[in-house]
Write a protein that binds this ligand. Structure first.
Ligand code: DQA
Length: 152
């Protein structure tokens, strides 16, 4: 029985690669997905990786995660700073959640310093670019009891 995790990405992250590369780097979301897939597999985790520009679609995916995934990694992008709906969905499903951001949101505009997602997340990783996703997989894997190690 494999342990599955869900990695969710919010609005404008489909533009990575060309979107403000000085802030977000030159890797595309597809590059990040490939790196995550390889790392999750090495950790013994199955992974689904999704992106949406729609708040409602993200809320629906979080709701549907219950019973299908052991945990969630989320970069809610701009919805991080605005969405009580995403916070409520995360609180409702009660799955271990790791928040990730490419940039260091605390060094940026004041409106980016507050995260609604943080209230539902076990922890946040920000400022390490795409490597933050790899760190988030390691953190979630640890929270889930290192399934790869356990089944070795
Ligand atoms: C982001 C930071 C957010 O403030 C911003 O709206 C994003 C990306 C990040 O990964 O650094 O779209 O979540």
């Amino acid at each position: 029985m494999h342990t599955s995790i869900l990695i969710l990405n919010g609005p404008n992250l489909n533009m990575l690669g060309t979107r403000q590369p000085e802030v977000y780097g030159r890797e595309t979301l597809s590059d990040i997905e490939h790196a995550c897939r390889a790392h999750a597999s090495w950790r013994g985790l199955e992974m689904d990786f999704r992106q949406s520009n729609s708040e409602g679609e993200l809320v629906t995916w979080i709701q549907q995660a219950k019973g299908h995934y052991a945990g969630i990694i989320i970069n809610a992008a701009a919805y991080t700073h605005t969405s009580v709906a995403i916070l409520d969905a995360l609180l409702a499903v009660e799955l271990p959640t790791v928040e990730v951001h490419l940039s260091n949101i605390h060094q940026r505009d004041a409106f980016r310093h507050h995260s609604y997602v943080a209230k539902a997340a076990r922890g946040m990783i920000c400022g390490f670019g795409s490597h933050g996703y790899i760190l988030a997989i390691d953190a979630l894997s640890r929270l889930l009891g290192d399934p790869g190690v356990a089944s070795a």
